[in-house]
Design a binder for this molecule. Structure first.
Ligand code: ATP
Length: 323
C-alpha cells in the first residue's frame, strides 16, 4: 500500500482531530502518502481530496470539531453516488481509507466495500454517543460526558439557590450512555433513558415524596431519545400534576459536541488512528478498530454498526439508590 486517505463523517465529536493527526503522522512515518477528504462522503463524491503533510496536522490535537469537516451525504446512499466516490479515490490512486465516524458511516463503508472491494476501508469509532459495538469507548464520549457534567454542576448551583426542579436534556437519540453517566456523576434524582420504559407516575411519586421531606431542588437528566418525549414535554406533564414545583428546563444541545478533547480522549484517538493505519498496511479491511479492556480489537463494520453496547442495569439502579 502506497497511498491512504482519511475522512470524518456523520456527527462531529471531540478527538476527531487527534485521530486525523495520528493517521497522518503514522502513515507518513510508515512511508505512505496520506490524503485528506473534506466533508465526509460528500467530499469523496465531489473529489475534494488533498495531500496531508506532517505540518498540516500541527497544533490540532487539542481542538474540538474536525479540520476535515464532516457531512451527512444523501448521494452516498445511491449506487451512482458511490460510483463517483470510487472513481475519485481511484483517480487519486488511493488504496486504503480510514473512516472516522459512527454507525451510519460504517454502514456506508460496508456497502461501498461490497461493491468495490479493491479499496480497503478501516474505521475508527468517532461519535459522542458511545453506541458502537466493539469498543469500550468511542472517540468523543469522554469529553461529551465531562462537558455535560460541568454544565449540570452549574445548573445544580442555581437549582439549589432557588429550590428548583430542573429537567436537563442531554444528547442521545438512541443510546442513553451520556444521560446515565452524567446523572450518576452529578447525583441526579432520576435519569430517563431510551433503553428503559419511563414511568412518569413513579417519577412524580418520588419527587412529591422529596417535596414533603423538604428536598425541593433536584435534577432529572433526560436523554433526548427517551420515549416519554423531550424534557419540555415531561416537565409540562409534571407541572400539570404537581403545580407546587418550581420547574425549569435546560437543553444542553450542541455544547456537548464541541470543546477541547479530554486527555483520555486524545490518547484513545491517537492510539486508534495509529492502529487503523497499521491494520490497512497489514491488509485488513471492512473492520472498525476499537479498544476493549485496553486491547485493540477489530470488529466487522456490519457488527459494529448493527449491534449496540448494553446499558449496565446496575448503573441505572445506582441512580435511584444514591438519589
Ligand atoms: P453519528 O453517530 O454521530 O450520527 P454516523 O456516522 O452514524 O455518526 P450518519 O449520518 O448516520 O452518521 O452516517 C454518515 C453518512 O454515512 C450518511 O450521511 C451517509 O452518507 C452514509 N451512510 C449511512 N448509512 C448508509 C447506507 N446504508 N448506505 C450508504 N451510505 C450510508
Amino acid at each position: 500500500m502506497k497511498r491512504i486517505a482519511v475522512f470524518t463523517s456523520g456527527g462531529d465529536s471531540p478527538g476527531m482531530n487527534a485521530c486525523i493527526r495520528a493517521v497522518t503522522r503514522s502513515g507518513l512515518a510508515m512511508g505512505l502518502e496520506v490524503f485528506g477528504i473534506r466533508s465526509g462522503y460528500e467530499g469523496m463524491i465531489e473529489g475534494d481530496i488533498y495531500p496531508l503533510e506532517k505540518n498540516a496536522v500541527s497544533n490540532i490535537i487539542q481542538l474540538g470539531g474536525t479540520i476535515l469537516q464532516t457531512a451527512r451525504s444523501k448521494e452516498f446512499h445511491t449506487v451512482e453516488g458511490r460510483k463517483k466516490a470510487y472513481q475519485n479515490l481511484r483517480k487519486h490512486q488511493i488504496e486504503g481509507v480510514v473512516a472516522i465516524g459512527g454507525d451510519g458511516t460504517f454502514r456506508g463503508a460496508h456497502v461501498f466495500m461490497q461493491e468495490y472491494p479493491d479499496i480497503a476501508f478501516v474505521g475508527t469509532p468517532g461519535t459522542i454517543d458511545n453506541d458502537l459495538f466493539g469498543t469500550d469507548f468511542t472517540i468523543g464520549f469522554d469529553t461529551a460526558i465531562n462537558t455535560a457534567m460541568n454544565a449540570i454542576d452549574n445548573i445544580k448551583d442555581t437549582a439549589n439557590a432557588h429550590n428548583r426542579l430542573f429537567f436537563v436534556e442531554v444528547m442521545g437519540r438512541d443510546a442513553g450512555f451520556i444521560a446515565l453517566n452524567t446523572a450518576i456523576a452529578t447525583g441526579a434524582e432520576a435519569v430517563l433513558l431510551p433503553e428503559t420504559t419511563t414511568d412518569l407516575g413513579k417519577l412524580i411519586e418520588q419527587l412529591e415524596n422529596n417535596y414533603r421531606n423538604k428536598k425541593r431542588a433536584s435534577i432529572v437528566v433526560v436523554s433526548e431519545g427517551d420515549e416519554a418525549g423531550g424534557a419540555f414535554k415531561i416537565a409540562d406533564h409534571v407541572k400539570e400534576k404537581c403545580p407546587q414545583f418550581d420547574i425549569k428546563v435546560a437543553i444542553l444541545g450542541h455544547i456537548q459536541r464541541g470543546g477541547r478533547p479530554s486527555c483520555s480522549e486524545r490518547v484513545l484517538a491517537s492510539r486508534l488512528g495509529l492502529e487503523a493505519v497499521r491494520a490497512l498496511v497489514a491488509g485488513k479491511k471492512s473492520v472498525m478498530v476499537g479498544e476493549v479492556n485496553k486491547e485493540i480489537v477489530f470488529t466487522p463494520f456490519d457488527h459494529a454498526a448493527k449491534k449496540h453496547q448494553e446499558i449496565n442495569p446496575v448503573l441505572i439502579e445506582m441512580v435511584d439508590l444514591l438519589a
